[in-house]
Write a protein that binds this ligand. Structure first.
Ligand SMILES: CSC[C@H]1O[C@H](OP(=O)(O)O)[C@H](O)[C@@H]1O
Length: 351
């Protein structure tokens, strides 16, 4: 990805500050904001100013460091108690993306591993752990792109849902990573992007990212996916993921499950792109994944425009679960997983 220096980063550590691109302002405005308190981090995650499983984990890690960097704790026990309290608070922002909890637990473990050091040394170790989480994610995303590219061919047309691009990660993205790589290789890959109601991550973010990179992208409403598949226009569906259960069931943005059913019906490969940090072996199957439910206004009054009568009942699950039998392959940075997923996951996590 030669133009990576041009790509817009969703998260930056700048002048000892946590700076994020406010994704709620896209595509009209590229606006960076600084998060200075754990409350601002919580709010940014909850309101999707920063969003996407890996990006949420990275911001949570930096946020946890920020929350204790001015701590005057008298001993490690009271410092760690403060850290755990702040960690539990950030963990309450959104329930589905496992990377949030994975990153927080990793930061807590780093503190425990450094408990015999001075308080200032522990704080530095925490900052370095957050940097490592971010840097590792960038490398994972690039590898995911390379692995996914082995499944694609020049001239293919891909359908994607929501946004699993550089904005959802440290850089490059997961589902979009091979698209950027293909562009760099001079391939002619076209993309159909689902707008992805109700928050329109596809229309606002994926289309914006791909157009920035000069990729041929066509925006469709979510209810047009079946039609474009029936026309034979789609060679593969690739989406991101927020949590992969131990049996390979995958939670992703609402509407993904329907796409997987449609892909099966049209004999189109359905690929899930996921860094290994999104695999949750402690959750046995998709039925145990907590699905975030969000406000009714996102559906009935999206972006401030009322489109349904006040008082109507609204159900607004932010994610759904695609059962493993509808997934052709789960592509991670460590390799391509194929059924039976339980065994494939056990093997890949040992790598
Ligand atoms: C690379 S993970 C992207 C993943 O996260 C999105 O959810 P949200 O925008 O609510 O954070 C969506 O499920 C994407 O596939």
């Amino acid at each position: 990805m030669d133009n990576s220096q041009d790509c817009v980063l969703s998260i930056k550590w700048e002048n000892d500050n946590l700076v994020i691109l406010d994704q709620t302002k896209l595509p009209e405005k590229v606006e960076y904001i600084t998060l200075q308190t754990i409350e601002e981090v919580w709010d940014a995650i909850y309101k999707l100013k920063v969003r996407g499983a890996p990006a949420i984990g990275i911001v949570a890690a930096y946020g946890l460091y920020i929350s204790v960097r001015n701590s005057k704790a008298a001993d490690f026990e009271s410092f760690y108690q403060e850290l755990r309290k702040n960690s539990d608070y950030v963990a309450s922002s959104r329930p589905t993306a496992v990377n949030l909890f994975w990153a927080l637990k990793r930061m807590e473990k780093r503190a425990l591993d450094s408990k015999n050091k001075t308080l200032e040394e522990i704080k530095m170790d925490l900052l370095n752990e957050a940097h490592a989480i971010r840097d590792e994610d960038e490398a994972m995303c690039k590898s995911i792109g390379e692995n996914l590219l082995t499944l694609l061919k020049d001239g293919m047309t891909i359908l994607t849902h929501c946004n699993a691009g550089g904005l959802a990660t440290a850089r490059y993205g997961t589902a979009l990573s091979p698209i950027f790589l293909a562009k760099d290789k001079g391939w002619n890959i076209k993309v159909f992007a689902d707008e992805t109601r109700p928050l329109l991550q596809g229309a606002r973010l994926t289309v914006w990212e791909l157009m920035q990179y000069g990729v041929d992208v066509t925006l469709i409403c979510d209810n047009m996916a079946a039609h474009v598949m029936s026309k034979g226009w789609i060679d593969a569906v690739i989406t991101g993921c927020d949590r992969v259960a131990a049996n390979g069931d995958a939670a992703n943005k609402i509407g993904t499950y329907g796409l997987a059913v449609l892909a099966k019906a049209h004999n189109i490969p359905f690929y899930i792109a996921a860094p290994s940090s999104t695999i949750d072996i402690d959750t046995p199957d998709g039925g145990k994944i907590v699905i975030e439910e969000r406000s009714e206004e996102e559906v009935s009054c999206g972006f401030g425009k009322r489109t349904a009568p006040i008082g109507v009942k609204v159900y607004n699950p932010a994610f759904d679960v695609t059962p493993n039998h509808l997934i052709t392959a789960i592509v991670t940075e460590k390799g391509i997983l194929r059924p039976p997923y339980k065994e494939a996951i056990e093997i890949i996590l040992k790598k």
